[in-house]
Design a binder for this molecule. Structure first.
Ligand code: GLY
Length: 371
C-alpha cells in the first residue's frame, strides 16, 4: 500500500499517494474520480518517452483509455503559447467539466497543465503525476499553478488544487543525478524551515536516499509532503505561513535571473544556495549561532550539491545588481523585500526587517569567495 498524505482543504480535499509503482496502479486510483473511462494526459517529450506507456497500461488495467499531448521539455514551455496549445487540444478532445486531465511530468508540466485546467470551462479537475523529486515534494502539492511571462517567473497563474496526486517514487530512478540533487534542495528546505529532527535524519539518510534507497526516498517524500500539506492547510493562498516555503527563494530567484534560467543553475540548486545564504544572513543578524549556517553548508557539501556562489560557473553580476534583482521578487510587499530567516535549524520565520547593508555585505563576501 502506498503512503497517503491527506490535504484537508474544505471542499477541495485530496490525497497525495506516495510509493513505488503507482503508474501501474494508476487506473485503480484514478477510476473513482471519473464519470467516463477516458482521460487526457499532457506530458513532455522526455517524460512521455519514459513513462507514458506504463501509465497507459496502468489505466488500461482499469478499463480507462487515454489520449496524450506531448510538449517540448524545458522552462520555456511554461508560456501563454503552451496554455493556448493545451486548452485548444483539450477542447478538441471534447474534455468536459466532469472529466479529469492528467499532468504527467515535472514542475513545468504540473504548473502549466494545472493552470490550463483551472481556466478550461472555468475549471476542470486535474490529477498530478509528478515525475521529478522537486515536483513530488513541492510543486505538485498545494495548488499553485501558472506560467512565466516577460516580466517574470510564475507571474500569471491561479490557485487550483489537484483532485489527486500520485507520487511514484520508482520513477525517481530515471532522473539524472544532477536533477535528483536539485530536487533534494527542496527536501532539505523542509528540514531547515520547520523540522530539525528531519534535517538530522537527512544528514544520516541523505546519501542512501541519493544512492537509490527506496525506503529512504519514500520516507523523505512523505515527510516533505506532510510538512507542505500542513502549511497549505493553514494558509492556502499565502497570506502568512505559506511564505515559509520560500526559504532560500529570494536569493534563488535573483541567481536564476542572473544566470538566465539556464543550465548554469537549476531551480533546486538555487534553493540550496539560497538556504545557505539565508542561514548565513540569520547568523550575521545575530538570530542564530554561526554553527547553524556551517552545518547547513556541510550537509549540502556532503551531498555533492552546489552550496556557494563559487559553485556557479561563469560571471555573476555585482552584489548591488543581485540585490536589485531580489527586489523584483514577487514577494516584495509595499516595496519592501521579505526574507525568510531562521533562529536555528527548523525555526524559520518571515520578516521585512533586514538592513540593506547587511545583505549587500553578505553578497559581496559571497562573490569575493568566488575569485
Ligand atoms: N513552492 C512554494 C509554495 O507552493 O508555496
Amino acid at each position: 500500500m502506498p503512503e497517503t498524505v491527506h490535504v484537508d482543504l474544505p471542499g477541495r480535499a485530496y490525497d497525495v499517494l506516495i510509493g513505488p509503482d503507482l503508474l501501474s496502479a494508476a487506473g485503480r486510483h484514478v477510476a473513482p474520480f471519473l464519470a467516463r473511462p477516458r482521460v487526457t494526459v499532457i506530458t513532455d517529450e522526455t517524460v512521455g518517452a519514459l513513462h507514458l506507456e506504463a501509465l497507459r497500461e496502468g489505466l488500461a488495467s482499469a478499463g480507462i483509455t487515454l489520449e496524450a499531448l506531448h510538449l517540448p521539455p524545458g522552462e520555456a514551455t511554461k508560456s501563454w503559447a503552451s496554455v493556448e496549445r493545451c486548452t485548444d487540444w483539450l477542447l478538441d478532445q471534447k474534455v468536459e467539466r466532469r472529466d479529469v486531465v492528467i499532468a504527467l511530468g515535472g514542475g513545468v508540466i504540473g504548473d502549466l497543465v494545472g493552470f490550463a485546467a483551472a481556466i478550461l470551462r472555468r475549471g476542470v479537475r486535474f490529477v498530478q503525476i509528478p515525475t521529478s523529486l522537486l515536483a513530488q515534494v513541492d510543486s505538485s502539492v498545494g495548488g499553485k499553478t501558472g506560467i512565466n511571462v516577460r516580466q517574470g517567473k510564475n507571474l500569471i497563474g491561479a490557485f487550483h488544487q489537484p483532485t489527486l496526486v500520485l507520487a511514484d517514487t520508482a520513477v525517481l530512478g530515471t532522473l539524472q543525478p544532477r536533477d535528483f540533487l536539485a530536487g533534494y534542495g527542496e527536501v532539505v528546505k523542509y528540514g531547515l524551515l520547520g523540522d530539525a529532527s528531519f534535517f538530522e535524519w537527512l544528514e544520516t539518510q541523505g546519501p542512501a536516499m541519493s544512492a537509490g534507497d527506496m525506503g529512504a526516498r519514500i520516507a523523505a517524500v512523505q515527510r516533505s509532503v506532510q510538512m507542505k500539506a500542513d502549511i497549505v492547510m493553514r494558509d492556502e493562498t499565502e497570506q502568512g505561513d505559506r511564505a515559509l516555503l520560500n526559504l532560500g527563494h529570494t536569493f534563488c530567484h535573483a541567481l536564476e535571473t542572473a544566470t538566465g534560467y539556464s543550465d548554469r543553475l537549476l531551480h533546486g540548486e538555487g534553493v540550496a544556495i539560497g538556504c545557505a545564504l539565508a542561514f548565513e544572513l540569520s547568523a550575521r543578524l545575530g538570530l542564530c549561532a554561526q554553527e547553524e549556517p556551517s552545518r547547513v553548508r556541510a550537509h549540502l557539501r556532503a551531498m555533492g550539491m552546489k552550496t556557494d556562489l563559487a559553485d556557479i560557473d561563469g560571471d555573476l553580476p555585482s552584489a548591488e545588481a543581485l540585490l536589485d534583482l531580489m527586489g523584483q521578487d514577487k514577494k516584495v510587499v509595499d516595496g519592501q523585500l521579505r526574507f525568510i530567516l531562521a533562529r536555528g535549524i527548523g525555526q524559520a520565520f518571515v520578516t521585512s526587517d533586514v538592513p540593506r547593508d547587511v545583505v549587500l555585505n553578505l553578497l559581496r563576501d559571497a562573490l569575493r569567495d568566488r575569485s
